[in-house]
Design a protein around this ligand. Structure first.
Ligand SMILES: [Fe+2]
Ligand SMILES: [Fe+2]
Length: 311
């Protein structure tokens, strides 16, 4: 059987492609782009919430937030490793991130202004990430699909801690309730943008669906997220900032208002409120870590030499 046919058969039978398998160049580059973008999002995503670790209102909240931000670092590391199985070079991926040649999720370019943002990010941003990522557990590339299983388990903890924090604040003072509502008002629309452009404008969707890299379109996932969030907002007692949001009995889904795609394009192309700051911070952290990477490489070299001379 030709390699091409074998590749197509694997996908048709819903089996996984593994690092040893032949894949077309376009599949490999699509997969690397997608995994790298995901890895970068996990790593950059540590910044908005990391901003609140030193100012968490209690030891308990600090411990939870620290654990969550550390999880995101772990997600980034699994994903860079998954990209390496496709022949990508980790240093090169980082270089592409800090020079703006590879993207990360637009959501992390918004600032975290109050502690309520920690709760709302957990609820909405990690919630949207779960909607996006659960179907990726069945993605056609094995190492990515398997990484996603563990990541989704941790994301579900992230969402719960956020929701629980918001529940606590909503049971608190008038001021705390206002703080939660103000935060929801800022994060709702950017969360909807996390699913990417509308299907009609999404250049990668059709091919990614055909290769079973993606299982649902951007608009399908966005609808799922809206339908899931409305009853959760009701239970919390917050209002989602969309006057057009209402149940459509005929469609059996919620209708919702028009997303500001001009804003999305601005943020994606580097002009969001925090893009420059996020990338500069990442670059500084990478530069400051150079001595650690050099020391580790020198240590590995010495060990090899020692082993060589012993043999
Ligand atoms: Fe994550
Ligand atoms: Fe998360």
């Amino acid at each position: 059987m030709s390699l091409e046919l074998q590749f197509e058969e694997t996908i048709a039978h819903d089996q996984r492609l593994e690092p040893r398998d032949w894949v077309p160049d376009a599949y490999r580059s699509t997969m690397v782009r997608m995994i790298a973008q995901h890895a970068h999002s996990e790593i950059i995503g540590m910044q908005p919430e990391g901003n609140w670790i030193t100012r968490a209102p209690s030891l308990r909240r600090k411990a939870i937030l620290l654990a969550k931000v550390q999880d995101e670092a772990g997600h980034g590391l699994y994903l860079y490793s998954a990209a390496e199985t496709l022949g990508a070079d980790r240093a090169e991926l980082t270089e592409k991130l800090v020079t703006g040649r590879q993207k990360y999720s637009s959501i992390f370019n918004y600032p975290t202004l109050t502690f309520a943002d920690v709760g709302v990010i957990g609820w909405l941003v990690d919630g949207a990430a779960i909607c996006n990522q659960v179907p990726l557990c069945r993605s056609s590339y094995g190492p990515y699909a398997r990484a996603m299983i563990r990541i989704c388990k941790e994301e579900s903890f992230h969402q719960r801690q956020g929701y629980e924090l918001l529940m606590t604040m909503m049971r608190g003072t008038e001021q705390q309730r206002a703080m939660v509502q103000e935060s929801v008002d800022r994060w709702w629309w950017p969360s909807l943008m996390m699913f990417g452009p509308p299907d009609a404008d999404s250049s990668h969707t059709a091919q990614s669906m055909e290769w079973k890299i993606k299982r649902h379109t951007n608009d399908e996932l966005r609808q799922r997220f809206v339908d899931m969030s409305v009853p959760q907002a009701d239970a919390l007692g917050v209002t989602l900032p969309d006057p057009d949001l209402r149940w459509n009995a005929e469609r059996e889904h919620h209708d919702f208002g028009e997303i500001d795609w001009a804003e999305f394009k601005q943020v994606v192309s580097g002009n969001g409120p925090c893009n420059a700051q996020r990338v500069a911070h990442r670059k500084a952290a990478h530069d400051e870590g150079a001595w650690v990477r050099e020391a580790a490489a020198a240590h590995a070299r010495k060990n090899d030499e020692r082993r060589g001379s012993a043999a």
